[in-house]
Design a protein around this ligand. Structure first.
Ligand SMILES: [Zn+2]
Length: 145
């Protein structure tokens, strides 16, 4: 896989994101992902300023904090993630219209059914296209319990 074209996360990062999404139900959860060349190195869970089951707005304070840390640590703003508590992992009309960060990919976690479904998209200028999402298995020596 060409890392720059898709999103690469570890299983631990994915678990953290899914746990955050579950904890915010029935509302959508959101956050930022930072890394290099599509590889995620840091997860920043954020507050959904809209507290809505159907939309999200990354809380400006959380965004500012994450962005300044990325800048300080020389990381790229890799992606925005958010959950769809009751719908599929496809961008909503609103997600496409309000994709504010064309440089970042969009990771959507659908909690509609078990197991949860995660898909990644590039959304630019009102158009969305799915990009590869790869989850790395952890080596046994870094697995937590
Ligand atoms: Zn959405």
């Amino acid at each position: 896989m060409n890392d720059s074209a898709g999103l690469l996360l570890t299983a631990a990062q994915m678990r953290e994101i899914i746990a955050h999404c579950r904890s915010e139900r029935p509302n959508e959860a959101c956050g930022l992902l930072a890394g290099r060349g599509g590889r995620v190195l840091r997860v920043y869970p954020a507050r959904n300023a809209e507290r809505s089951p159907q939309s999200f707005l990354i809380h400006p304070d959380d965004q500012l904090r994450a962005m300044s840390e990325m800048e300080r640590d020389g990381l790229e703003f890799t992606a925005v993630y958010h959950s769809h508590p009751t719908s599929d992992a496809v961008p909503s009309h609103r997600d496409i219209q309000l994709a504010t960060y064309p440089e970042a990919l969009n990771l959507i976690v659908s909690l509609k059914r078990e197991p949860v479904v995660c898909r990644a998209y590039r959304i630019v200028g009102g158009h969305q296209s799915e990009v590869p999402l790869a989850i790395e298995k952890e080596a046994p020596d870094v697995r937590s319990k």
